[in-house]
Design a protein around this ligand. Structure first.
Ligand code: PHE
Ligand code: ZN
Length: 886
């Protein structure tokens, strides 16, 4: 397709390809920066010591520096001022030809941070300056070879008005500070570790620290500082506790120590992502660092802990060893997500952690893999790298690392990671380098495994089994197939680790014997071919296979299992994850029957097997409230939709809703008993048991309120009024706000807004609670709330909380047949295209997933995409829109 013709965008941005990678022509030894901070007229003075890269010395290559939205004031080469005829300057780059092999380039540029609403480069948030340089934000600060394989030492001098900006931070250690004329002051920072420009950071403003210290394994003292606005000082303890736990865990689990004398975290309110691992100076979305039990939920506490750990772990997997180019993004992100998942599993319940990860992966990531923007864990090309900070690169990337660790074993994996960190410390490397370390220490041939990095799409795994009572054998045939994805029609078989067991009739795992070899009760088989068969011997009765235990590979498991088999596995499977999944599959089966009944105009009738299974769950003694709470979650509408090639959003919603109400009504007394048991004498505590208890209690409350009974609504109202913590208060608020009666939630919503008007993070929850209402007035509420004084399109958290929550979590209302959901999203995206391209390109995604919708909706959705396409688009949005309309 010719993009230049098909798109009205004036200049079609160009794609960059992995196969075109070349090492940089010049390397940077040293960068000395000086910032004169000013709202609209910040000056950035840079001194670069550059040298030709020996790896490319054969050519007399020009020096190319990236630079965007910079006003060049002055340029000097080896002390000599250059005139505009000495260089070539475009909107994107500065080129100098015929320069010496070694040179000093000094530049002065002016930038406008206060007008920067893209939140990339240097910008202001709540009156404070901050930076975001990953992936390519540094080029919006100064001219630079802005690519991750150029590593340099940085010093940073920051000058600013002392009263407005008393705190001046950058990477590394402070080495000098002093007063300047006119009430200004300065601080100079030095980072001893060479780093790519994407890890640069600067912060300036009125911030306050909460301090702590950590003594490393080798006995070094590290100062820990969390910098926040004054009103948030009481919300920092949890982040600091999490940071210390992460530091210790990385020492114990990976043998990795922190390397600077100071580690700083700064909370900012306007941030495109969760957080950023800048060397020694992490910058965080305030939603991922602040936590107080009165204003944040248990879920937020968990998020803070895992994001703090994630960014900390990047200090080795990302900073000390970084990426050669942005195609290798998953090298740092997949590995670091895997590390933060291991950390969370070690801090909490491994089964619950795994359940929650997989629930997210196989709804959201699988949907990405099945949509128009599907891409491999390591993409081969991109137009805008910002579009590739995806669930595929992060979450599927983590699954790929998890499979590696399963394949080589935990101890060998540690040897491989030791080798990787040691061999590549201070370098910018590739996915091959990482996998080669694992191959080397394990002796395994991982060449077929590399396809996980290059093939997009979710593999489908089907299984067939047969029991022969006379031969006492059980044969299991596994087949794999990966469906075509855009640009990748043919797929090769992958190496899929399938962890399995055979469950005998009385519920115990049977010893497995294959070809005279004793396998024990659990085994990881390697499916390498398109189809492979295993025969198990000496089985006296037909077993039920338990496949893909712990979700050992990110695949779609297609199995025909009866409700009886699923109900059996739900209690008998020795694998906690598979017990949960059996319950999910049983519920899915029942909901699919309801969808069928609706589609053929029959009355809905819920499969009694599901009611029976739920009754059993509720009647049993509660041994693990956290797991029980997970078992009592019905599959989400998004996950149900994932099972269909043709998605009927209305039928899915009605069916799930019917199942929910039927179960709630049938089991009301049991839910009530459980609710009351866990609602008793519950003063807030951070203990795991208390967290699990709240989750179970609030799950039960949700079920009770599903009946719309007066009693249940009163319980919710009472919980709302009496709660001493946000988990309970918000759960009750959501129950009330989602009640069928339009007005029953109003008093609580009003009271909540009054109580929390001062806290923007809590107001985000208030927005989300209303627009995820399942009833048809939700869309009108979105429109109404967009005019609320606490809402702003310039703040990504607000956009996510209001519009994002509506389009992603309120599917049937987003897909209203009158098309008003689509129009609302398109209008918003068009406006955001000018304000914040990254956020616009993310928000639009649900509109691009039209392929599985009915023809009528498909038409409406495409029309809105065409309407967006007619605008002058940012490269971010251009790429997503073109790919979805291709
Ligand atoms: N590198 C960050 C992380 O994974 C994410 C990020 C990407 C933040 C780009 C900002 C911009 O932790
Ligand atoms: Zn990361």
């Amino acid at each position: 397709m010719n993009q230049a013709i098909s798109s009205p965008s004036l200049q079609a941005p160009k794609a960059i390809h992995l196969k075109d990678y070349l090492p940089p022509a010049f390397l940077v030894q040293q960068v000395d920066l000086c910032f004169r901070l000013d709202d609209h007229h910040t000056r950035v003075i840079s001194r670069l010591q550059l040298q030709r890269n020996p790896a490319r010395k054969e050519h007399d290559l020009p020096l190319v520096l990236q630079g965007q939205q910079l006003q060049l004031i002055e340029l000097k080469l080896d002390g000599r001022t250059l005139s505009s005829s000495d260089y070539e300057l475009t909107d994107e780059q500065l080129t100098l030809t015929g320069v010496p092999d070694s040179l000093v380039l000094e530049s002065e540029v002016e930038i406008d941070p206060l007008s920067n609403t893209a939140l990339e480069g240097l910008y202001q948030s709540s009156g404070n300056f901050c930076t975001q340089c990953e992936a390519e934000g540094f080029r919006r600060i100064t001219f630079y070879p802005d690519r991750p394989d150029v590593l340099a030492r940085f010093t940073t001098r920051i000058e600013a008005d002392q009263s407005r900006f008393p705190v001046l931070l950058s990477n590394g250690n402070p080495i000098e500070r002093g007063e300047l004329p006119d009430g200004h002051h300065f601080v100079t920072w030095e980072d001893p570790f060479p780093k790519p420009a994407y890890l640069f950071a600067l912060v300036a403003g009125q911030l306050h620290p909460v301090k702590d210290t950590y003594t490393t394994l080798s006995g070094r003292q590290v100062a820990l500082e969390v910098w926040v606005e004054k009103e948030n000082l009481h919300k920092c303890d949890h982040a600091l506790r999490s940071l210390k736990a992460a530091m210790q865990w990385d020492e114990q689990t990976y043998g990795r120590e922190y390397d600077l004398d100071i580690y700083m975290i700064v909370a900012v309110n306007d941030f495109n992502m969760g957080a950023m691992e800048n060397k020694g100076l992490n910058i965080f979305n305030s939603s991922c660092v602040l936590a107080d039990h009165r204003s944040e939920t248990d879920m937020a506490f968990h998020r803070v802990e895992s994001v703090v750990a994630h960014e900390y772990f990047h200090n080795w997997s990302g900073n000390r060893v970084t990426c050669r180019d942005w195609f290798q993004l998953s090298l740092k992100e997949g590995f670091t997500v895997f590390r933060d998942q291991q950390f969370s599993a070690d801090q909490h319940s491994p089964a619950v952690e795994r359940i929650q990860q997989v629930a997210m992966l196989r709804t959201a990531q699988f949907a990405e893999d099945a949509g128009p923007t599907a891409h491999p864990v390591r993409p081969e090309s991109y137009i805008e790298i910002n579009n590739f900070y995806t669930l595929t690169v992060y979450e599927k990337g983590a699954e790929v690392v998890r499979m590696l660790s399963e394949l080589v074993g935990r101890d060998t994996f540690r040897k491989g990671s030791d080798l990787y960190f040691e061999r590549f410390d201070g370098q910018a490397v590739t996915v091959e380098d990482f996998v080669a370390c694992m191959a080397e220490v394990s002796g395994l041939d991982l060449s077929q495994f590399m396809r996980w990095y290059s093939q997009a799409g979710t593999p489908q795994l089907t299984a067939e089994s047969h029991y022969n009572p006379t031969a006492r054998t059980f044969t299991l045939t596994l087949r794999q197939h990966t469906p075509a994805t855009p640009g990748q029609d043919l797929k090769e078989p992958l190496l899929i680790p399938v962890k399995l067991g055979l469950v005998g009739p009385s519920g115990q795992d049977l010893p497995m014997e294959v070809n005279g070899e004793l396998w024990g009760q659990e085994r990881v088989v390697h499916l390498k071919e398109q189809e492979q068969t295993w025969t198990f011997h000496n089985l006296d009765a037909e077993p039920v296979p338990s496949l893909l235990r712990g979700f050992s590979a990110p695949v779609r498991l297609l199995l025909d299992r009866s409700p009886e088999q699923l109900a059996f596995l739900m209690t008998a499977d020795s694998d906690g994850f598979n017990r949960w999944d059996a319950g999910q599959q049983l519920a899915l089966l029942a909901i699919r029957e309801l969808i069928n009944q609706q589609q053929c105009g029959a009355a809905m009738m819920l499969n009694p097997a599901l009611i029976q299974a739920y009754r059993q769950l509720l009647d049993a003694q509660v041994t693990d409230p956290a797991i029980l709470a997970e078992m009592l979650q019905l599959p989400s509408e998004a996950y149900i939709a994932e099972q269909y090639d043709q998605v009927d959003v209305d039928a899915i919603h009605l069916a799930r809703d019917y199942a929910r109400k039927t179960l709630a009504t049938a089991l009301y007394p049991a839910f009530l008993k459980l609710y009351q048991q866990f609602a008793k004498n519950q003063a807030w505590s951070a203990e795991a048991a208390a967290v699990a208890g709240r989750r179970l209690k609030n799950t039960c409350l949700g079920w009770l309120v599903a009946t719309e009974s007066e009693e249940a609504l009163q319980l919710a109202q009472r919980q709302f009024e009496q709660a001493d913590n946000m988990t309970d208060q918000l759960a009750a608020l959501i129950c009330l706000a989602h009640a069928e009666d339009t007005t029953s939630g109003d008093p609580a919503l009003k009271a909540f807004a009054l109580q929390w008007a001062h806290d923007p993070l809590v107001m985000d929850s208030w927005f989300s609670a209303q627009v995820t209402r399942p009833h048809p007035d939700a869309l009108e509420r979105v429109k109404l709330l967009m005019a609320h004084p606490a809402f702003s399109l310039k703040n990504p958290n607000k956009v996510r909380a209001l519009i994002g929550a509506f389009v992603n979590q309120n599917r049937h209302n987003f897909h209203r047949r009158d098309g008003s959901g689509y129009a609302l999203l398109a209008d918003t995206v068009i406006e955001l295209n000018r304000i914040n391209p990254q956020i616009a390109a993310r928000l639009v995604i649900p509109l691009t997933r039209f392929r599985r919708m009915d023809d009528y909706r498909k038409g409406l959705m495409k029309n809105e995409l065409e309407r967006i396409r007619a605008e002058k688009l940012s490269p971010d949005l251009f790429e997503v829109i073109e790919k979805s309309l291709a």
